[in-house]
Design a protein around this ligand. Structure first.
Ligand SMILES: [Zn+2]
Length: 679
C-alpha cells in the first residue's frame, strides 16, 4: 500500500533507529479503536469538490500534531504506535514468564529484556567494534579490502551481497550483488544542486567528523577523514543507478559468471570475498548494476590504503550505532533523525527495543501478536474482501477497451496465479538455531544478524520458498512482490481504523478495499506488468498493447508531475508512477467490488453522507497525515509514493464516480478534464 511499501525504500528508516532512554515500567493502555470513517477528522467547511483531502482530513490534521519523536504522523503511524503498545505488553509478559529455554517466548522475552538494559550498552563502550576496527587497522594492502568487507557483510560497506529470485527463472534463488556503500539516503543527495541539499551535504560531513571524534580521533584528523569519506561515497554515487532507472527490471538484471564480474572489477578479490562470506560455491550471480562495480574498481585504484581504512571505519561505526553508547546514538539521531527528517527527539528506548525484536525475531513475536490481534473471523473477512477485489479485477480486464484479447488472456492467467497472503505465514520461521541470552544484549544483536544473513545466503542455488513473507505480522503496511506474484497483507494493517469488518461496508471498502486493489494493481503497473504469472521477467504483451499502456501511464506521469511536494519541489512523476497507477487502479477496483457486494441492498445515508460519499471519505481518510518539511524533502527524493494529499486528490479527480457522488461541477478543481485511467 504502501505508504511505505513496496519494500526497499524505507529500509532506510533503520538508519536512524537509535537509542535513548526510558526505563519506567509500562503503564500505557491501548487507545480506543477509531471508526473507519470519522466525522471529527473531517472539515465540513471545505468544499469537497475544491479540495477533497482538506474536506476529509482537515479535522484530523488540526487535532493530530506530530509528536516530538516523529518526523511524520499519520493514520498508519497511529496504528503502529498502538501496535507497539500491545507488543510491549506481550514482550514484558514474555520477559517475566520464565518460559522454557529455547522456546519462542523465552527468545522474545529475553531479547527485549537485554535490549532494555541500557547501562550494559553504555558500559561496553566501543568494545564490541574492536575486533573489526583491529582488522581494518591491520590491512596491509588494498587486496585486503575484500576479506575485510566480507567480515563486515552486514554493514553494506561498498556494496550489498544477498540472495534473490532469478528474474528469468523465478523458481530458483541465486546470489546477487548490488550498489550500496553510501551514508546519505540515495545517490541523488550527492549531486542535487539546490541550497537545502548543499547544506545537508555539509551537515553530513560535519556528522561524519563528529563520529570519528567519538571514536577517539583528533578534530583535525577527523575533519580530513570526513572529507575522504565524502569523496569516496561521491565516486560510488556517480556509478549508482537512480531510483527511476531501477524501476525498470531490465535495468537491474545482469546475470554473469564470477569471471565476468572479476573482469568488471579486477581490483577486488571476488573469489576470496565469497569464500570469506561463507559461499565459496557461487559460480554465477545477478550483478544488479555492472556500471557500479566498474566505478567501484576505479575508486579502489584511485584512493590509497589509508583512505580505504577511513571509509571502512566510518561504515563500521555507522552500521552499528544503535548498539553503541548514547553519545554515538545521540549524534547519529542529530543528523539522521533531526537534520534529515525533522524529528525533535529520540524515540523512547522501549519503542526502539520493540522494533529490534520485530526486526530480528519478527515471526516469533508475530505469533504472539497474531494470537492477540487477528482473530480467525477477521482473517476470514479479509480473505473474502481480497476475493471480491480479484473478481473486480477480472471484470475490469475483460472490459478494457484498449487491450487486445491476446494480452487480456495473458493478463487473466497472471491474475489467477496471484497468491494471497493474509495476516501471517502458514508456516512460522524456525529460530531454533538462534541463541538468545538475557544477559548478552549485544551478542543477541550479532547472533541475530548472522542468523538472518546465513538464512538468506543458504537459499542460494535452492528452489524458492513461495510461502515466505518479507514483512512481519505486526507491520502496518502491505506489499506486492512481482517475482513471487503475491499480495501480502500483514495482520498489522488489517486493524481499525483501516479495516473493521463491523463497520458499514462503504468506508471499509474505500480504505482496505483500496489497499488490496492497490497491491493487486502493482502486478500490472509499469514495473509489475513485465513479470508473468510465475514471476518471470518476460514480455507477454503485444507491442500494440504495450504502446497503449504507455500512453495511459504517460497521462499519470504528467498528472502527478504537476503537484508540488514542498518548497518549489515537484513530485517526481516517473519515480511515483507505479504507486500512482496502483492508487488509481486500487480505488476503482474497490469501488466496483463494493458495488457488487451491496447490489440489491437498500443503502441509506449515514451521519449525513450517502453510501458513495462514505466510500470516498473512507478512502481519503486513510491518508490523513502531518509531516515535517525535512521529511517531505526526503520523501520527494526517495519515496516512490506521492504525498498523501495527492494520493487522495489525484485519484478522486480521475474518477467520474467521485464527481457524481459529490455533485461536482465540470470545472471544479477535483474534476480533471483529461482524466487518467490505466486499469
Ligand atoms: Zn504500492
Amino acid at each position: 500500500m504502501n505508504r511505505l511499501p513496496c519494500a526497499g525504500v524505507w529500509a532506510f528508516a533503520a538508519l536512524f533507529f537509535i537509542a535513548g532512554f526510558e526505563l519506567r515500567a509500562s503503564a500505557q493502555t491501548l487507545p480506543a479503536h477509531q471508526p473507519v470513517l470519522d466525522l471529527h477528522s473531517m472539515d465540513p467547511g471545505v468544499d469537497p469538490c475544491a479540495d477533497f483531502y482538506a474536506y476529509s482530513c482537515g479535522g484530523w490534521i488540526k487535532n493530530n500534531p506530530i509528536p516530538p519523536d516523529q518526523s511524520r504522523w499519520d493514520v498508519y503511524s497511529k496504528m503502529e504506535d498502538a501496535n507497539k503498545i500491545l507488543l510491549r505488553q506481550i514482550l514484558e509478559q514474555a520477559s517475566q514468564a520464565k518460559a522454557p529455554d529455547g522456546s519462542v517466548t523465552q527468545k522474545i522475552g529475553d531479547y527485549y529484556a537485554a535490549c532494555m538494559n541500557e547501562s550494559a550498552t553504555d558500559a561496553a563502550g566501543v568494545t564490541p567494534l574492536e575486533p573489526s576496527l583491529h582488522s581494518i587497522e591491520q590491512m596491509q594492502s588494498k587486496d585486503d579490502i575484500a576479506p575485510v568487507i566480507a567480515a563486515m557483510v552486514f554493514d553494506s560497506a561498498l556494496f550489498d551481497y544477498n540472495s534473490d529470485q532469478d528474474f528469468k527463472d523465478s523458481s530458483q534463488e541465486i546470489a546477487e550483488v548490488d550498489q550500496s556503500g553510501l551514508g546519505l539516503p540515495d545517490r541523488d543527495y550527492y549531486f542535487n544542486s539546490d541550497a537545502k541539499s548543499a547544506e545537508l551535504r555539509n551537515q553530513y560531513i560535519a556528522h561524519v567528523q563528529k563520529m570519528f571524534e567519538l571514536l577517539g580521533d583528533k578534530s583535525e584528523a577527523a575533519s580530513a577523514e570526513a572529507q575522504t569519506v565524502m569523496r569516496i561515497e561521491t565516486a560510488l554515487a556517480k556509478g549508482s543507478q537512480t531510483l527511476v532507472e531501477r524501476r525498470d527490471p531490465n535495468n537491474v538484471y545482469h546475470k554473469m559468471t564470477i569471471e565476468q564480474l572479476q573482469a568488471l572489477s579486477p581490483s577486488f578479490a571476488w573469489k576470496m570475498y565469497f569464500a570469506k562470506a561463507g559461499t565459496p560455491d557461487v559460480q554465477s550471480l545477478n550483478v544488479v548494476n555492472p556500471e557500479f562495480f566498474k566505478a567501484m574498481d576505479a575508486e579502489i585504484k584511485a584512493e590509497d590504503l589509508p583512505a580505504w581504512k577511513t571509509y571502512l571505519r566510518w561504515h563500521l561505526v555507522k552500521a552499528n550505532t544503535n548498539y553503541l553508547p548514547s553519545s554515538f546514538v545521540n549524534e547519529s539521531f542529530d543528523f539522521y533523525g533531526r537534520k534529515l527528517q525533522g524529528a525533535q527527539q529520540l524515540e523512547p528506548r522501549w519503542k526502539r527495543c520493540v522494533e529490534q525484536v520485530d526486526d530480528n525475531l519478527g515471526e516469533a513475536l508475530g505469533q504472539a501478536y497474531a494470537e492477540h490481534a487477528f482473530s480467525p473471523a477477521a482473517k476470514q473477512s479479509a480473505v473474502q474482501m481480497v476475493h471480491q477485489i480479484e473478481d473486480a479485477m477480472q471484470r475490469d480486464i475483460e472490459s478494457l477497451s484498449w487491450m487486445s484479447d491476446v494480452t487480456k488472456k495473458q493478463a487473466l492467467i497472471k491474475l489467477y496465479a496471484v497468491a494471497n497472503k493474509i495476516g501471517y505465514p502458514d508456516k512460522w520461521r524456525d529460530y531454533s538455531a538462534l541463541t538468545i541470552e538475557r544477559d548478552d544484549g549485544l551478542g543477541n544483536v550479532f547472533r541475530s544478524r548472522d542468523f538472518e544473513f546465513r538464512r538468506q545466503l543458504n537459499k542460494i542455488g535452492k528452489p524458492v520458498d513461495r510461502g515466505e513473507w518479507t514483512m512481519t505480522p505486526p507491520t502496518v503496511n502491505a506489499y506486492y512482490n512481482g517475482q513471487m506474484n503475491d499480495i501480502n497483507f500483514p495482520a498489522g494493517i488489517l486493524q481499525p481504523p483501516a479495516f473493521d469488518p463491523t463497520s458499514d461496508a462503504a468506508p471499509n471498502y474505500g480504505d482496505t478495499g483500496s489497499t488490496i486493489g492497490h497491491e493487486l494493481t502493482h502486478g500490472f503497473d509499469d514495473e509489475g506488468r513485465q513479470f508473468d504469472g510465475q514471476g518471470n521477467l518476460r514480455e507477454w504483451w503485444t507491442p500494440a498493447d504495450e504502446k497503449q499502456f504507455k500512453e495511459r501511464t504517460a497521462c499519470v506521469v504528467n498528472q502527478y508531475s504537476q503537484y508540488t511536494a514542498v518548497d518549489n519541489l515537484k513530485v517526481n512523476g516517473e519515480l511515483t508512477l507505479g504507486e500512482n497507477v496502483a492508487d488509481i487502479g486500487g480505488v476503482i477496483l474497490a469501488y466496483v467490488a463494493w458495488q457488487q457486494d451491496v447490489k440489491g441492498k437498500n443503502l441509506q445515508p449515514m451521519e449525513g453522507l450517502t453510501p458513495e460519499q462514505r466510500f470516498f471519505v473512507g478512502y481519503a481518510q486513510s491518508w490523513c497525515a502531518n509531516m515535517r518539511d525535512e521529511s517531505k524533502r526526503m520523501r520527494v527524493t526517495i519515496d516512490p509514493h506521492a504525498p498523501e494529499k495527492y494520493r487522495a486528490n489525484g485519484v478522486v479527480s480521475d474518477m467520474p464516480e467521485f464527481q457524481q457522488a459529490f455533485h461536482c461541477k465540470v470545472d471544479a478543481p477535483m474534476v480533471r478534464k483529461n482524466a487518467c485511467r490505466v486499469w
